[in-house]
Design a protein around this ligand. Structure first.
Ligand code: ATP
Ligand code: ZN
Length: 483
């Protein structure tokens, strides 16, 4: 449709890129994205570029240097603003504040506050484009409070995004022509603070740039109050494009679309961004390429597998945790295992890809009844995948899916003997679950008895120690579904 009148503004947007900087089949990578962005900027100088978060973490390219590499790339792409997503907190909020000082455009979030009420970031910014004033409000999912290691968000809180959005809209609506919400909130029913809820409760938002749920909205969708919601999937598979026309101080027309790798097949990647990415990769190569072990089998770490059942990688990792700590039992959350390892040579890069959170192994002296409660917690969603699914060692158990939630786990054996609810066991777990991550709240009350280095180091050493040929082809059945 051709607009009747007004100034044409283009808003380009990315979300949930998770440091997928390099192109593959479906993922365009940042050099290609930049090539498309260049074309849009050339075609319409009134173009803004926004990022909706989950940007500085996700692959070794980012994690090896705590997100610094991504900051260099996004600075060069000249974004106009971004909002922190939950994964921005994976290096701790203080580090995020440091990163934000290096980021050469505004980092916005209206609903992240320190305990004294001061905001971590500015709530909004106002951009003037060809005389058109555009207010951009940042909103971050309150799920961050429990989706990252609790120590990463200690001392900060995530306030109600609807209330904060409303306050910001009230403040700026009369001063601007266009209101854009840049919200890492998503549309999954698992989160109570969805983009759909915000646009319903907060009139006066013209456009909501969404993320977090990795939703692909080919043409956007019109939510309540006429707000256009746009979301560009994940992993640089899409660049989001919102076109709007502003006349007489208001938006007279708006539409959304996505550009994917097929549509962009003819677009040249931006050479400068490509060069920057390869030079960073070159610096990282010696570390990542280091061969640390061999495996004769594929080690299963696929998301839908490790979050819904025992896998040979879960077994191996928890065996390693028990080995290094001497604990009776080891437990790690399946959601912390982020990739598989293929049979063959294993590099340091492969290991960091599996375990990108830099988790430490800690031991706790826990009561048997709390171990039991932990298994119930971790399997509450089973057979549906959930991040908390327990990969274990030194303990075996069965899940009866027909039993009531909270009493589905039975036949728990520790070192071959029935679990004694009153006995004390030494548990090795990671520092995320140890402080209550993935709802393992029963662990949080215990002081940490010992620390045994990082998960990735333990896995490497254990693989070297046991040797490639003794690795299990499959899970050995320590977790079973049975009545
Ligand atoms: P996205 O925002 O991209 O959709 P998400 O983080 O909201 O991703 P998941 O990819 O499912 O959703 O990741 C959440 C899970 O990751 C948690 O439930 C937990 O199992 C795991 N996780 C997150 N942070 C850590 C950490 N620091 N240590 C161990 N596990 C973690
Ligand atoms: Zn997210």
């Amino acid at each position: 449709t051709t607009p009747v009148s007004g100034k044409h503004i283009t808003i380009l947007h990315t979300n949930d890129t998770h440091a997928h900087v390099v192109a593959n089949d479906k993922e365009m990578g940042f050099a290609k994205l930049a090539g498309i962005i260049d074309q849009y900027r050339a075609a319409n100088p009134n173009t803004l570029l926004l990022d909706d978060g989950d940007t500085v973490h996700g692959t070794t390219f980012a994690t090896l240097v705590n997100g610094e590499s991504i900051v260099k790339v996004i600075n060069k792409l000249r974004y106009d603003a971004m909002v922190p997503g939950n994964h921005e907190f994976n290096y701790g909020w203080k580090h995020l504040v440091e990163l934000s000082k290096e980021i050469q455009f505004p980092v916005l979030s209206a609903n992240i506050k320190q305990t004294d009420g001061t905001r971590l970031f500015q709530p909004y910014t106002i951009k003037e484009v060809d005389g058109v004033k555009i207010g951009i409000i940042g909103l971050t999912t309150p799920e961050t409070a429990y989706k990252t290691n609790p120590k990463n968000v200690e001392g900060i809180q995530f306030t109600d995004p609807a209330a904060e959005a409303k306050a910001a809209v009230d403040e700026i609506r009369s001063k601007v022509d266009v209101v854009v919400a840049l919200g890492h909130l998503g549309q999954d029913a698992s989160s109570k603070d969805t983009s759909l809820k915000i646009v319903k409760e907060v009139p006066g938002i013209d456009i909501f740039i969404d993320g977090h749920s990795h939703t692909v909205l080919e043409k956007g969708l019109i939510g309540d109050n006429g707000t256009l919601i746009a979301s560009a999937g994940e992993y640089t598979k899409y660049l989001g494009v919102v076109d709007l026309w502003v006349d007489g101080g208001k938006v007279v027309q708006k539409q959304a679309k996505l550009i994917d790798s097929t549509q962009a097949a003819g677009v040249q990647p931006n050479a400068e961004i490509a060069a920057l990415i390869s030079s960073i990769q070159k610096d990282q190569e010696p570390i990542l390429k280091e061969v640390v072990a061999q495996t004769s089998v594929n080690l299963e770490g696929a998301r839908e597998k490790v979050r819904a059942g025992e896998t040979n990688l879960g077994d191996l990792l928890t065996d390693a945790m028990r080995d290094v700590s001497g604990a009776d039992v080891a437990l790690t959350n399946g959601g912390g295992i982020r990739a598989s390892i293929k049979a063959g040579t294993v590099t340091k890069g492969d290991i960091i890809t599996v375990l990108p959170f830099g988790n430490q192994i800690v031991t706790l002296k826990v009561k048997g009844s709390d171990l039991q409660a932990a298994l119930e917690n971790g399997t509450a969603a089973y057979p549906e995948p959930s991040g908390g699914f327990p990969q274990v060692s030194g303990i075996s158990f069965k899940i009866d899916t027909s039993a009531a939630k909270g009493s589905r786990v039975h036949s728990i054996l520790i070192g071959g003997k029935a679990l004694d609810p009153e006995a004390t066991y030494t548990l090795a777990t990671n520092d995320f679950t140890a402080v209550g991550g993935d709802q393992y709240t029963m662990f949080a009350k215990y002081p940490q008895a010992g620390m045994f280095g990082s998960l990735d180091e333990a896995l490497i050493r254990y693989m070297q120690k046991t040797g490639s040929t003794s690795l299990q082809v499959q899970a050995d059945g320590r977790i079973q579904e049975a009545k």
